[in-house]
Design a protein around this ligand. Structure first.
Ligand code: HMG
Ligand code: MG
Length: 284
């Protein structure tokens, strides 16, 4: 990627839709991803192959993958928690998979029914057998909804363990959107000692309006990959109070001319979803 460019990973179809109170119909999800494919994203997180008992909103991940029109050059990613998830993602021909753990033990347990160490053991065969690049998410890297502030010293070993397993990229999550720019500076400064900038992504949710400033702070340190959701939808159903991801539109505005995203097409893609959601709220 040329110097100064910002790469945005659109996570709305997964992180956004997993938190919708109502099940968004499969055909709406497919139309949303297809519209996002026209926007210029290199990478779109399409869905997750987690337990449908835990996240029923995305139980149709296989149908969504089967229904989308794949644009050449776009990487279609899926979140997976274990070997069963990997196998489903492989059958769906996901181009890339993402495993997820946390820097907080309590959150790890609430989100995956496993300790951090247990999640890492689950990932060992997943990363080894993936046959495609693997992203590793570290959630609650700044604050945990159950444990409060999380220090970099808790994050670094988890990040290192994911790298040691063979993850190609790490995405560092401010899951409940409460990180401050100072905390971002401190954590990414230390992560850069163990991982090159081009293998790090920042995943900011947005509670207090700090996400864009946090992204600018990370960018000043050389981080060039940011996760976001069209329209700022999203959150984690197992993190109480988790707000939406930083809006993709807000990142385009923060980094004018530095991304490959077409804002008009993005508005159209976001419209696919907002139009559906507004008809639903209208219907009560
Ligand atoms: P468990 O209940 O401990 O596991 O859940 P289990 O092995 O006992 O499985 C329970 C049932 O689910 C079984 O079915 C399994 O077969 C099935 P049953 O026998 O009862 O009929 N199952 C599966 N089915 C389909 N696909 C699978 C799968 N795995 C098991 N892959 C588990 C453990 C990890 C599965 C569960 O806790 C889980 O799925 N958690 C996912 C929670 C989640 O998706 N959270 C949101 C994503 S993370 C996030 O949003 C944060 C992020 O955005 C970054 C940030 O913001 O920080 C990434
Ligand atoms: Mg998230």
């Amino acid at each position: 990627m040329p110097a100064g460019r910002i790469r945005i990973v659109e996570v709305g179809p997964r992180d956004g839709l997993q938190n919708e109170a109502r099940f968004v119909p499969t055909e709406v999800k497919i139309a949303f991803v297809d519209a996002l494919s026209e926007c210029g994203f290199e990478e779109i997180e399409v869905s997750s192959f987690v337990s449908p008992k835990w996240v029923p909103q995305l139980a149709d991940a296989a149908e969504v993958f089967a229904g989308i029109r794949r644009k050449p050059g776009v990487v279609y990613m899926a979140l997976v928690p274990n070997q069963a998830g990997l196998e489903r993602a492989q059958r769906a021909r996901a181009d890339k998979v993402a495993v997820f753990t946390a820097a907080s033990e309590t959150f790890s347990r609430r989100n995956t029914n496993a300790s951090i160490a247990e999640t890492l053991e689950r990932f060992r065969p997943v990363v080894a057998n993936a046959g495609r690049p693997v992203r590793g998410y570290v959630s609650t890297a700044f604050h945990c909804p159950f444990e409060g502030p999380i220090a970099p010293v808790q994050v670094l070993p988890v990040a290192q363990a994911l790298l040691d397993l063979g993850c190609a990229e790490l995405s560092i999550g401010d899951t409940i959107g409460t990180a401050t720019p100072e905390e971002v500076q401190r954590l990414f400064g230390q992560l850069l000692d163990i991982c090159p900038a081009d293998r790090l992504a920042a995943h900011f949710h947005d509670t207090y309006g700090n996400a864009v400033t946090n992204a600018r702070t990370a960018a000043r340190l050389g981080i060039a990959t940011f996760d976001s959701s069209a329209g700022g939808i999203g959150g984690c159903p197992y993190a109480p109070g988790a707000p939406g991801n930083v809006a993709t539109e807000a990142l385009l505005a923060a980094f004018p001319g530095l991304t490959a995203i077409d804002p008009t097409r993005l508005a159209k893609a976001a419209g696919v979803l907002t139009q559906y959601l507004s008809t639903q709220s209208g219907a009560g």
